[in-house]
Design a protein around this ligand. Structure first.
Ligand SMILES: [Zn+2]
Length: 308
């Protein structure tokens, strides 16, 4: 049995995952209640031990995913959503309580990529891209069967690839990054722009309301997704040239509208794809999306399994 821990700004989730990828048991800890990383990890360790005892589980490895976590040394620094800004080592903190259990640490996009490979649709795949579309855009690149880490394990920061020179200002301090056009806040910006151009009173000011409008057939909301699909499809066609994946999996809250986003994305993807890749690369929704288990816990458990 593997234990997956997903540390987010609001909640930290702890789950036990069996060999087949079933979530055996899980619990949630409110991250915001803790003043220091040590206090948080103490509670998480207690939660893991309690779950293991209740389920009579032997834990073979613990995987911890956290925004900004570095896979090489297991440290987290400047995590935007957490209370603690100082650098701390998750490997060391968890190691205090579990000296005989391997502890693997990584960021959430890499962990989810391993989750797809371990428990999702990428089980037998050697080359694929995993793209998360949420409040930002993240990615995991699997090439020749291995997750690509690169310098300081920083590979896969695909959200900050510039697609519009002098485009929208991005949180990274530059302009025109892809996430400003296809992540949730960028989608809302596009919708508001379309409403303004057409002199129509906007009916959504957040992503969830925008998605609901599109599902109800609102023309400006649908136009927003066609615009996003154009950006995303062309972007993915460019990425395909780097590692020649056979599959691209899309994951995250933004993709829950399904074909409303997928169709224009696929159209733009094939329109822009280099001839030698035509008909050879598939774009699909992640297999973790239809799993009943929490995708983040599965990803963290997969991390433990992969690094055992
Ligand atoms: Zn950026």
């Amino acid at each position: 049995m593997f234990c997956g821990v997903d540390i987010g700004g609001t909640n930290a989730k702890v789950g036990l995952v069996d060999e087949a990828g079933h979530l055996v048991d899980h619990d949630t800890v409110k991250t915001g209640l803790y003043k220091s990383p040590a206090d948080l990890v103490l509670t998480l360790a207690y939660t893991i031990l309690r779950l293991a005892k209740v389920n009579r589980a032997k834990i073979e490895g613990i995987g911890v995913c956290c925004p900004n976590a570095c896979a090489i040394d297991g440290t987290v620094a400047n995590a935007a959503n957490l209370n603690f800004k100082e650098r701390f080592s998750l490997t060391e903190l968890f190691g205090t309580y579990f000296p005989d259990t391997p502890v693997a640490v990584d960021n959430d996009a890499n962990a989810a990529t391993l989750g797809e490979q371990c428990y999702g649709k990428a089980k037998d795949l050697q080359d694929f891209l995993f793209v998360t579309l949420g409040t930002g855009v993240g990615g995991g690149v699997v090439c020749n069967g291995k997750l690509v880490y690169g310098l300081n394990a920083m590979a896969g920061e695909i959200g900050h690839i510039i697609v519009e020179p002098e485009g929208r200002a991005c949180g990274c301090g530059r302009k025109g990054c892809i996430e400003r056009y296809v992540a949730a806040p960028g989608a809302v910006d596009t919708y508001l722009e379309i409403c303004r151009e057409n002199q129509i009173e906007p009916r959504a000011d957040n992503y969830r309301a925008l998605a609901d409008l599109a599902c109800a057939g609102n023309p400006q909301a649908l136009q927003t997704y066609r615009n996003m699909g154009r950006y995303l499809g062309r972007f993915l066609a460019n990425l395909a040239c780097v590692t020649a994946p056979t599959h691209i999996f899309l994951f995250g809250g933004v993709t829950k509208v399904g074909d409303i986003l997928l169709e224009p994305t696929r159209r733009a993807f094939y329109e822009n794809l280099l001839f030698c890749y035509q008909d050879r690369i598939k774009i699909e929704l992640s297999g973790l999306m239809d799993s009943k288990a929490d995708a983040a816990i599965l990803g963290a458990a997969a991390l433990a399994k992969a690094r055992k």
